[in-house]
Design a protein around this ligand. Structure first.
Ligand SMILES: Nc1ncnc2c1ncn2[C@@H]1O[C@H](COP(=O)(O)OP(=O)(O)OP(=O)(O)O)[C@@H](O)[C@H]1O
Length: 438
């Protein structure tokens, strides 16, 4: 098809990539004398797209005018086909960037912070993206750019159709959208969290090597399972937990996500990627607890960043005192009420992610007495890779949380195990006082 001229103006040069809707082409704009990207959306009057809707949405995307959104220049028809004309980004989609090696939390945060800014800007204008995923984020020389702003809502969309069939890749869909609900700014927040999971692990969330990964199976997992716990999330773990909260109301806004990503990325630059302390502080509401943990983590990062010696040793702020009594915990006085099941489950998820990514910090989530009884802690957790919690339930009356998880023990292959953690509340922090495994 090379050298074909579209709409009498855009000369197709070569295929750049291919998606569910067909190829995206590099083309030369003969009028303005510049290279552009052309995406064929389908027949203007056929079943592929709703032309009026494509036009309306292209107009919205064109209005965004954000440096981290792929600019839309034009929407043209040629011989019955509708083509989207856009800025050509010299770089790969993030799905290709992480194909060989996942990104570190610092790099992922640095890449996604401007994307979150673009989405916050769009949400401010009442525009929901609806298909945030790594293949729709292009990593160019000017940073990451978001594309496909609700334009190609045709057969390639990951949605539940009226017949109950799922089309496209549903891995990044928020649970409420996966089961047929409306996309909202909160569902974009989930999808950005799911994108973060992909960047940190190198594969889509809910993908399982040992299970069926057909779209309907993935939709089932999104709707019925807890979000994945990412072993290598480091200081991004609390942000992941809140962006992928099942309850859309419990998720942060996109502007808050942007601020957290930007601040953590900034702080990380100044502290040589100091991981945040995963202190689980209790307040009366689940969302508040998650946000409090994140704010505390950021405060600790900021405080340590200001210390002239950059000391990384945990202080009494983040480590239980050796006296075993209430610690010199920071922050507001917390509720003495029993934690909710959701809080206990959240604790277990954060604990597994933390212990496997940073055993020293995992150990700090044990009471001093239990730490003393766990001499092999660091050597065990140092060998645990890719833990995945598959079952999780809490018993607030017993202050216990039980989970079944599978993990790879270095040199010994994948294992599955049931674990029950028995927790105590020390000065508003939940700590593990005992555990049983089987
Ligand atoms: N504006 C652009 N500049 C440069 N490359 C682009 C541009 N838009 C798309 N591409 C490339 O073309 C590939 C295909 O893009 P396309 O949007 O058609 O599909 P997709 O996002 O991978 O999947 P889907 O069709 O499900 O949205 C992308 O992965 C990317 O590499």
């Amino acid at each position: 098809m090379t050298n074909q001229r579209v709409a009498g103006r855009y000369t197709l040069q070569h295929e750049i990539g291919r998606g569910a809707h067909g190829a995206v082409w590099a083309a030369y704009d003969e009028v303005l004398g510049r290279t552009v990207a052309l995406k064929r959306l389908g027949r203007a009057s056929g079943p592929g797209i709703d032309a009026a809707r494509a036009e309306r949405e292209a107009r919205l995307a064109a209005q965004l005018g954000h440096p981290n959104v792929v600019a839309v220049y034009d929407l043209v028809t040629d011989d019955g086909d509708t083509w989207l004309v856009m800025e050509k980004v010299d770089g790969q989609a993030l799905s290709a960037v992480v194909r060989d090696a996942p990104l570190s939390p610092d790099d992922a945060a640095r890449l996604l912070a401007p994307v979150a800014d673009a989405l916050a800007h769009a949400h401010g204008l009442g525009i929901v993206h609806r298909d945030v995923k790594p293949s729709n984020i292009l990593a160019g020389p000017e940073g990451a750019k978001l594309t496909d702003f609700g334009i190609a809502r045709g057969s390639g969309d990951a949605t539940l159709t009226r017949t109950g069939l799922v089309t496209g890749s549903p891995a990044y869909l928020a649970p409420e959208v996966a089961v047929g609900g409306q996309a909202t700014p909160a569902s974009d927040v989930w999808s950005l969290g799911a994108t973060l999971v992909h960047l940190l692990t190198g594969r889509p969330p809910y993908h399982r090597d040992d299970l069926d990964n057909a779209p309907l199976a993935v939709v089932y997992r999104i709707a019925h399972e807890d979000p994945p716990v990412v072993a290598g999330a480091g200081w991004l773990a609390p942000l992941l937990a809140t962006t992928m909260a099942k309850d859309p109301q419990a998720r942060p806004t996109m502007a808050e996500v942007r601020d957290q990503l930007a601040r953590t990325a900034h702080a990380a630059e100044h502290t040589m990627a100091l991981p945040a302390v995963p202190a689980i502080r209790r307040t009366s509401r689940v969302a508040a607890a998650a946000v409090a943990a994140l704010v505390l983590a950021l405060l600790v990062v900021a405080v340590l960043a200001l210390r002239p010696d950059g000391d990384r040793t945990p202080t009494t702020r983040d480590t239980p005192s050796s006296s075993g009594g209430p610690t010199g915990a920071t922050g507001p006085t917390t509720s003495p009420a029993t934690p909710t099941a959701a809080e206990l489950e959240e604790f277990a998820r954060t604990y597994v992610a933390t212990a496997s990514s940073d055993p020293d910090r995992g150990l700090a989530m044990l009471t001093p007495a239990y730490q003393a009884k766990s001499p092999d802690y660091a050597s065990f957790w140092g060998k645990v890779k890719n833990p995945e919690i598959v079952d999780l339930s809490a018993d607030p009356a017993r202050m216990s949380v039980t989970y079944r998880y599978s993990y790879v023990l270095q040199g010994q292959g994948r294992r599955r195990e049931w674990v029950t953690l028995f927790l105590v509340d020390q000065g508003g922090n939940l700590l593990i006082d005992n555990a049983s495994a089987g």
